[in-house]
Ligand binder design. Structure first.
Ligand SMILES: *[C@@H]1O[C@H](CO)[C@@H](O)[C@H](O)[C@H]1NC(C)=O
Ligand SMILES: *[C@@H]1O[C@H](CO)[C@@H](O)[C@H](O)[C@H]1NC(C)=O
Ligand SMILES: *[C@@H]1O[C@H](CO)[C@@H](O)[C@H](O)[C@H]1NC(C)=O
Ligand SMILES: *[C@@H]1O[C@H](CO)[C@@H](O)[C@H](O)[C@H]1NC(C)=O
Ligand SMILES: *[C@@H]1O[C@H](CO)[C@@H](O)[C@H](O)[C@H]1NC(C)=O
Ligand SMILES: *[C@@H]1O[C@H](CO)[C@@H](O)[C@H](O)[C@H]1NC(C)=O
Length: 372
């Protein structure tokens, strides 16, 4: 009796080591519960994995969502949504009083990162207010998640033109805006996609303003002015002078072909030939609908490749300025393009090297980094 009792006493530190049960992802929550515990050397921490597919992986305070070299790792524990008992477990033994930091490695380094959504755990963290408090650890994990989500939400820096392997700045992403507009005695609500640096959607007047654009004539094969800022309801009066031009809507990535997007076609004046003898000039009018950038060109011959393009509300502070648009047209359809194979790179054309919109190495490197 006495002998067996002493044997029991000898085992006491292990037998009496406390067991801490931690629920991992209970009710679908991206949490360890409890998320911070204090434990003595010899205590065991048992992780119970609830439905979904989590891990408990040791990390460090400095890198909350990355595995610690030589640290423990339960591996992925997939649990079916309808499983309620016989949940898988993983047990660690606390060997000393040093802090232990851990996280769930599911979707690591992606915007869906469980760790970055706060699924972290610690044993023997510093007290509240200490640099290595659990709050500081969790906040730094959340910051990792925010950075990953932010990188994903940032639009790509560049894309490619419709043909010609030309790298161009990516399209701006419009922000949906709902606005109450009051003009004279009228008030209405409009919901529109607000483009970066686009003008306010409030029309200048109920009838809108008139913008006159001279097409061709003694100016040569250009639109004059070639870029305007206009508000909804404004009328752009294209006044066709001598020769035989069109004004045809296109897109920034495909400047010299008619716009055809979402089963919709853009506007097109058709060819408007003007005899040399004429002194009264035909007009063709376009009513501005919103503040989104509008791109257009002349369909005649190779006028587009020679730079006969036009823009409404181009964002001049962005990579998609009017001059950048003109350069894309010249690069894709200009003489440089026609002298080389259709798959030539912009570097081969003199136009692109002086175009000013070609992305620098840094921007491309940043793009590549953002994809990692
Ligand atoms: C669990 O997650 C890992 C990592 O995302 C994945 O490789 C694995 O296929 C998942 N298991 C199941 C059963 O979904
Ligand atoms: C869970 O659902 C699967 C497929 O629907 C089924 O095969 C399995 O028997 C279910 N398990 C339990 C524990 O209900
Ligand atoms: C405690 O020590 C054991 C044996 O060396 C080791 O396997 C285990 O990972 C250690 N526990 C922790 C939390 O590091
Ligand atoms: C520009 O080039 C493309 C591709 O070669 C061609 O399809 C298009 O018709 C050209 N546009 C003009 C206006 O010449
Ligand atoms: C104007 O140009 C178009 C396209 O090149 C052509 O079909 C049409 O005959 C021209 N009109 C005149 C009057 O030259
Ligand atoms: C275009 O608008 C102007 C100014 O409102 C007008 O004088 C002209 O007749 C219009 N042209 C056409 C073709 O409707």
């Amino acid at each position: 009796m006495f002998a067996s009792l002493s044997a029991g006493l000898a085992l006491l530190p292990f037998v009496l080591g406390a067991v801490h049960d931690i629920r991992v992802g209970q009710e679908g929550k991206l949490l360890f519960e409890p998320e911070a515990i204090f434990a003595q050397p010899g205590d065991q921490v048992v992780f119970h994995f609830y439905p979904k597919n989590h891990t408990v992986t040791q990390s460090s305070f400095a890198d909350p969502c990355g595995p610690k070299d030589g640290g423990f790792n339960s591996g992925f524990q997939p649990v079916a949504a309808n499983q309620t008992d016989h949940l898988p477990t993983y047990t660690i033994t606390v060997n000393n009083t040093d802090p232990i930091w851990a996280y769930c490695a599911q979707a690591a380094r992606t915007p869906n990162t469980h760790c970055g959504k706060g699924m972290v755990f610690s044993v023997n963290c510093g007290p509240d207010g200490a640099p290595n408090s659990f709050t500081n650890f969790k906040n730094s994990a959340l910051a990792v998640g925010e950075a990953l989500a932010g990188a994903a939400a940032t639009p790509a820096a560049s894309t490619t033109a419709a043909y010609g392997d030309l790298t161009i700045p990516a399209a701006p992403v419009p922000t949906p805006v709902t606005k109450v507009i009051t003009l004279q005695a009228s008030t209405w609500t409009t919901t529109y996609g607000s483009y970066p640096n686009s003008p306010d959607p409030t029309p200048a007047t109920l009838e809108g303003k008139v913008h006159r654009v001279i097409v061709g004539g003694s100016n040569g094969n250009i639109f004059e002015p070639s870029r305007i800022t206009a508000l909804p309801r404004d009328t752009v009066v294209f006044e066709f002078r001598q020769k035989n031009h069109t004004v045809t809507q296109s897109s920034f990535e495909d400047p010299c072909r008619p716009l055809s997007a979402d089963a919709q076609s853009g506007f097109d004046s058709g060819f408007i030939p003007v005899a040399d003898s004429l002194t009264e000039f035909p007009t063709w009018n376009y009513t501005v609908k919103d503040t989104a950038p509008v791109w257009a060109y002349c369909r005649q011959g190779n006028h587009c490749g020679a730079g006969m393009v036009f823009a409404i509300n181009s964002d001049e502070s962005s990579g998609r300025s009017f001059n950048a648009f003109k350069s894309v047209a010249q690069t894709l359809n200009g003489t440089a393009a026609s002298q080389t194979t259709p798959t030539n790179t912009p570097e081969n054309g003199a136009v692109s090297t002086r175009s000013g919109f070609a992305l620098g190495f840094g921007a491309v490197a940043a793009l590549l980094l953002s994809l990692l």
